[in-house]
Every structure is written in C-alpha cells, then in structure tokens.
Ligand binder design. Structure first.
Ligand code: ZN
Length: 455
C-alpha cells in the first residue's frame, strides 16, 4: 500500500459540512483519501509515507469536474468569430466533416492537457461527428485521456436530423438511426466501467433538438436506462433554438425533452440559458443536472443561464468549458471566475459566492456525472483527486481568504494535480506529456483541417 501525505496547506474540503482548514493535512492510501483534517498528519501515516508534500502557501481543493466539452474542436478554433450559435454551426459543420483519428488524437491530447493544468481531474467529452472512414474516434479519445491521466466520461453523441428533413446540419454529417443505436450499445460494451473508482464511463448524448429526431431521443433514453448509463444533450442554449422547438414541436425546449422522458436524475443538460421560473423549478423537481458554460455562452452571445434560480430549485449545476471552437481557452478554473462575474452581472453581487462557484466546479459536477459518492469533495473514503493551488505568488498575495483568492484572482496553472493518488501535474508542469509536442501536433492537425475546408 502506498501512502502520500500532504500537509501545511489551507483546505477547502467541499465535504458534507463544507469544512475548511487554515492549515491542514490530507493522507492518501493508494487511490483514496484516508484522512483529512486540521494541523499535521498522524505520525503513523507520515512514518510510512513514500512521499510527504510540504504544501504550505497552497490551497487544496477537490479536483475540478468538467461537465461539457467537445475535444475535437481544439483543431478548429478561431472560426466564425462574431457568429450566433446557428451561424457558427453552419460555418463549422463543413469543416468538421473532414475530421479523422489523427485530428481527434491531437485535439484531445491538447485539450485534456489544458484541463489538467487548470485543475481538472474528471472530464466529460461530447463527440457527435463520426465521418465514415475516420477511424475509431471514441477509442482515440479514451487513449488520450489515459495518456494524460484524467478520469474520463465520454458521451457518444449523434445527429440524425439533416437539413433535408428540416434539421440544421448538412445531410453529409448525420448518421442513420439504427447505426447510431448500434454504435451506442457497442460503446457501452467496450468501454463503460460501472465499478467504484472507474476511470472511464460512457454516457449517451444525441446532440440537440435541432439535429436529432424525437425517435432517436426516445430510443436513446430507453437504451441508456436499460444499460444503466447517463444521458446528456444540449438544451435551451439560444433564442434560435427556442424558436425552432416552438415551430417544429409546438412547445418550448424543456417541455419537449420532458415529453420525451428526458428529465431525471440520470440526465444532465448543457447550457439551460433560456429557462423561465417554472422550467427552473421543473429541473429541480426532477433532479436534472445542468452543465453551465459561461465563457462559451458569452463568446456566442447566447445569454446568461439562471444559475441562482436553478440552485434554489435544487438542480445540480456543474461547470463546463464547452468545445474549444466556442471558447478558445478551455481552462476549467477560468469558468469559476466566469460563472461569478457573469452571474453577478446578471443578478447582483449576492447571486453567487466564491464558495458557491467552487461547489459548482466540484461537488455539483460530480453529481451531474453520478459520482458524488466518491468525487467532488475531500472526504475520507473519496477518491484522491486533489488540486493544490499556489497562493503564495504575487497575483494572490494579501488576499486573506484563499477560496476568494482562487475564484477571483488571476488564472494560474494548478501547482499539483493528483488523480486517484497519481501525480499528473507537479510544480505547475504537466508530468504526462510534453506541452511543446502537444502544441506542434495541434498546429499540424489544425492546418490540415483548414486546408480540407478553407474559410
Ligand atoms: Zn456544446
């Protein structure tokens, strides 16, 4: 059994009692936390530790959880810079049509590295473009997550409503419904790990109301529930989507999903910007989760999600960076700040506290993914997914409250990141891949994409 002791740091546990310590310790045995508390660790632990980390001047938080992403989009950043969501999608579908396994591998590795360096220990991905002869894109992403060292919940996305049938995407990028359902079942068979401590879990994720038929939505929900996996999609992101649903289905987006049996504790929905008070209450009553993506919503001018109302209603609200083509960054810690400043710009200075925002990025995210029993908090028995933030540097110096400093201070890479007790980032540097190599691969594959479909 290998023991790691971390001591001397401030700790924001985000545990059931939201305990915080000005100076405390964490003890890890193998993959899990066995002690968390104030002061120094028990000498019995320290004496047998293979590693004792002096973390003075640092803040320990649970590893952050990213609830929404499209990793492949790292290879198509900087396009359609002033577009609405629908304009942006129409500009990008013809580019994405050319992705293949080399593009997805380079984009996924670069995106996952950015997440790790920004404190993320668990991420989802929502992949929904599967060109014929592009290779095994899901496998490529899972291999990238293993290599970088983060916990991974890939969502098998899908589109079956092409333009000729009244959908938004061109017919060339949609798939046949039976083929999609077969691919979803195969993804679960091959990759889903239902066991505690899992590194890979699959979710099913038809892409959006304007790119998917109601039949596929319904049949995917049946399949997910029969197999015990979770459901994810985009919802209520823009006014255009609301108009589309009213015109095509005669109801607003949330009612549409409710009618399809798509609300519940096994579902989390990206965006939820355009929900009214009754709809927020319905999200809470059904326990449906939200992946709040404030930077992407800002980049596309989509609006600001009613996070305080969703939280009051009891809905879990995790954070997401969204695809890197609508958020040219992709650093998860930035979304804590974005959630705070946008939330307060919309609803005043008491809309969200720094601690609320940290909670969104940790426990609420874990709840969206069905992992709240073992992720999203620093508690005895939880997985040892830990972020250490160096607050000693000038950017934070003098802010007495470490959680407020992390949330509102300048963005810096995480100092140390442990995933299941394994070191992924140390001294602010990724230990699992060389950033210069990742950047060269990403530049090469982005150039290939630009050549395949010139702007
Ligand atoms: Zn998205």
């Amino acid at each position: 059994m290998s023991t790691i002791v971390i001591e001397g740091c401030a700790i924001a546990t985000v545990d059931d009692e939201r305990r915080e310590y000005k100076s405390g310790h964490l003890v890890i045995e193998d993959t899990r936390l066995v002690a968390v508390g104030p002061g120094a660790a028990d000498p019995d632990h320290t004496n047998k530790a293979i590693c004792v980390i002096d973390a003075s001047g640092k803040l320990a938080t649970p590893g952050l959880v990213n609830c929404h992403h499209h990793l492949y989009q790292w290879a198509t950043r900087g396009y359609a810079q002033e577009a609405t969501l629908f304009e942006w999608l129409v500009a990008l579908y013809p580019v994405w049509q050319h992705i293949d396994d080399a593009v997805v591998a380079a984009a996924a590795r670069a995106g996952l590295a950015s997440l790790a360096r920004s404190g993320c220990t668990t991420t989802t991905d929502h992949h929904y473009i599967f060109p014929k002869h592009a290779g095994d894109l899901l496998q490529v992403e899972i291999d990238a997550a293993r290599a970088i060292g983060v916990r991974f919940h890939p969502c098998r996305g899908a589109m079956d409503l092409g333009r000729s049938q009244g959908g938004l995407p061109p017919d060339d990028v949609v798939e046949d419904r039976d083929a999609i359902l077969a691919a979803c079942a195969e993804a679960i068979d091959r990759h889903h790990d239902p066991e505690p401590g899992a590194r890979v879990r699959i979710a099913l994720a038809p892409t959006s109301p304007f790119s998917v038929t109601p039949e596929l939505m319904r049949e995917t929900a049946d399949l997910a529930r029969a197999r015990g996996v979770r459901l994810h999609t985009h919802l209520a992101e823009t006014d255009d989507e609301e108009r589309f649903c009213l015109e095509r289905f005669g109801v607003r987006p949330l009612q549409y999903m409710d009618d399809l049996g798509w609300l519940g504790e096994d579902v989390w929905l990206a965006h939820c910007v355009h929900l009214n008070a009754d709809e927020c209450a319905r999200m809470g009553a059904t326990g449906t989760g939200v992946a709040h993506c404030p930077t992407s919503n800002g980049r596309l001018g989509a609006g600001i999600a009613p996070v305080p109302a969703l939280l009051r209603a009891g809905a879990p609200v995790g954070l997401g960076v969204d695809g890197a083509a609508s958020n040219e960054c992709g650093e998860l810690v930035d979304e804590i700040r974005a959630a705070l400043v946008l939330g307060r710009a919309a609803a005043g200075p008491q809309a969200l506290t720094a601690r609320d925002a940290l909670e969104l990025a940790t426990r609420h995210g874990a709840r969206c993914l069905g992992r709240e029993d073992e992720l999203g908090h620093l508690s005895v028995g939880a997985l040892a997914d830990v972020a250490l933030w160096d607050l000693d540097e000038p950017g934070y110096a003098g802010i007495a409250d470490p959680v407020f400093a992390l949330a509102f201070g300048p963005t810096r890479p995480v100092d140390t990141l442990l995933v299941g007790g394994e070191v992924v980032v140390e001294d602010g540097e990724l230990r699992t891949a060389d950033p210069l190599t990742l950047a060269a691969e990403l530049r090469r594959e982005s150039a290939r994409m630009a050549e395949a479909a010139p702007r």
